[in-house]
Design a protein around this ligand. Structure first.
Ligand SMILES: [Zn+2]
Length: 58
């Protein structure tokens, strides 16, 4: 089963969806997207928890 993190679930007006086979893969894709598109260069522990909370199975 794949996992996905919808950027819109993070409260942004963005249609990007990070996908991967594991939470770690989704986090890596999401971190890269956040850096390139949203200028987030550092993931705080709070943000990591938030991201993990919105990752879904699909
Ligand atoms: Zn985004």
């Amino acid at each position: 089963m794949a996992k996905a993190m919808h950027c819109s679930d993070m409260g942004s007006d963005c249609t990007f969806v990070a996908r991967g086979g594991t939470v770690e893969e989704v986090m890596a894709v999401g971190a890269e997207h956040g850096k390139e598109v949203h200028g987030i260069t550092e993931l705080t522990p709070e943000m990591v928890e938030k991201v993990k909370s919105v990752i879904r199975d699909e």
